[in-house]
Design a protein around this ligand. Structure first.
Ligand SMILES: [Zn+2]
Length: 407
């Protein structure tokens, strides 16, 4: 009897008392079944209007999951009451610990959504012995409540980037406030019209307030940004410029070198298999074997060494805070690229020159070199954790939740 009182006190199911407690074997696991009954003479609240009274219209038995006790899953069996409300008619009773039509208690739902921040849906479902779809629904609702609708009030600087949903077949756009690391908006697609809803959300006043927009230089966003907020400066971020350099220069030179070495099988193999080594940020090549390989590779291939060093130097451009100095540094870099006799490098330098204002704009709007890259990587992790469903709304909520913003 003392044990029952103890569970009842800890359970704190307001308005209900514990009638009895049973153990049940389901498959391989033991379950704890707690049968609750409605306390007599308690004032109850209408879930429609908040009216308080005692008149019960009818009741229906419900099975509700609660937090486990000592890792034993707990199921509550209780009568869910409908009150005879003078204003609403028959209406469910309002309970602080159980939402209308929920199949788990408020505290179990809170615990589930907390775990969903760090674990995959599948693991959370297995941990609590809940259906995968139940866990997802709980997390979805909790995120919606926590985040509310997208809001971009008072924003002056934004960064826009695209990312792939499902192995590169479909794309979406994420828009962030870079200084506060806050995701403002996520939407399907990466075209002009796809991002228009964001600018509509901003309203005329919000659009006029924008002072700088950071984008990928090859994206389709440029035209829409020019159209929506012509006064805003366009800024090209380091991450995208370097990614393009990797694709258009390093990769190209590597393939050319491999072709040139087609009679020297050993050297050719080394060059061909070096893609990731060359594209990786040099600070991230920490493995000693890789460092030796990279050194040998660059020593044997003058063109590769040149484009590799030119990439490191190009990066320096983003360290400048003074547009005049940055411009002088750029001229030197550009001169060397144009005299390198390496075609892909020359072509890249020529193209980049046309975009110079957007690159120098970085001096006025320093955005941190790894913000966009960081968001990109985080989205990949979220995608992996949430893999197995095709639900944009939930996926986008997860992205917003991962970058709620710093104050
Ligand atoms: Zn009512």
């Amino acid at each position: 009897m003392a044990a029952i009182q103890c569970i009842e006190r800890l359970g704190a199911w307001e308005g209900y008392e514990l009638e009895d407690q049973q153990e049940e074997l389901r498959g391989q696991s033991r379950w704890c079944i707690l049968r609750l009954r409605a306390r007599q003479g308690v004032l109850r609240r209408c879930s429609g209007c908040g009216w308080v009274g005692v008149a019960v219209h009818d009741q229906e038995e419900r099975r509700i999951r609660d937090l486990p006790i000592f890792e034993v899953p707990v199921e509550l069996v209780l009568p869910r009451l409908r009150l005879n409300c003078p204003h609403c008619g028959p209406k469910l009773e309002q309970l602080d610990w159980l939402e209308p039509y929920a199949r788990v208690t408020v505290r179990l739902a809170a615990s589930v959504s907390r775990l969903c921040q760090v674990m995959s849906l599948r693991h959370v479902a297995a941990f609590y012995g809940l259906a995968w779809s139940t866990v997802k629904l709980i997390d979805h609702r909790s995120l919606e409540r926590r985040l509310g609708p997208p809001c971009a009030d008072g924003v002056e600087v934004i960064a826009m980037d695209e990312f792939a949903i499902q192995k590169g077949h479909r794309y979406a756009t994420v828009i962030v406030e870079p200084y506060r690391k806050r995701v403002l908006w996520v939407g399907r697609g990466r075209g002009r019209l796809d991002v228009r809803p964001f600018f509509e959300l901003l309203g005329a006043e919000g659009r006029q307030r924008l002072r700088a927009v950071c984008i990928d230089m090859s994206s389709a966003y440029t035209n829409e940004v020019r159209f929506q907020c012509p006064q805003a400066e366009i800024v090209y971020d380091l991450f995208h410029v370097l990614a393009r350099y990797g694709r258009e220069v390093i990769d190209r030179v590597r393939v050319d070198e491999a072709n040139r070495l087609r009679h020297d099988r050993e050297a050719r193999r080394l060059v061909k298999g070096s893609r990731w080594l060359l594209l990786r940020n040099r600070d991230n090549v920490t493995n000693e074997d890789d460092q030796v390989r990279l050194r040998d590779l660059l020593a044997a291939n003058r063109a590769l060494l040149t484009v590799y060093l030119m990439k490191d130097e190009l990066k320096e451009l983003w360290a400048y805070r003074h547009a005049g100095y940055a411009s002088r540094f750029w001229s030197q870099w550009h001169w060397r690229a144009m005299h390198s006799r390496i075609q892909p490098l020359k072509r890249f330098a020529r193209n980049l020159k046309a975009l110079l204002p957007g690159i120098l704009a970085h001096c006025h709007w320093p955005l941190g070199t790894n913000l966009i890259e960081g968001i990109n990587n985080r989205i990949k992790v979220i995608k992996r954790m949430a893999y197995g469903f095709r639900d944009d709304a939930y996926f986008f909520l997860k992205i917003r939740a991962a970058f709620p913003g710093i104050r």
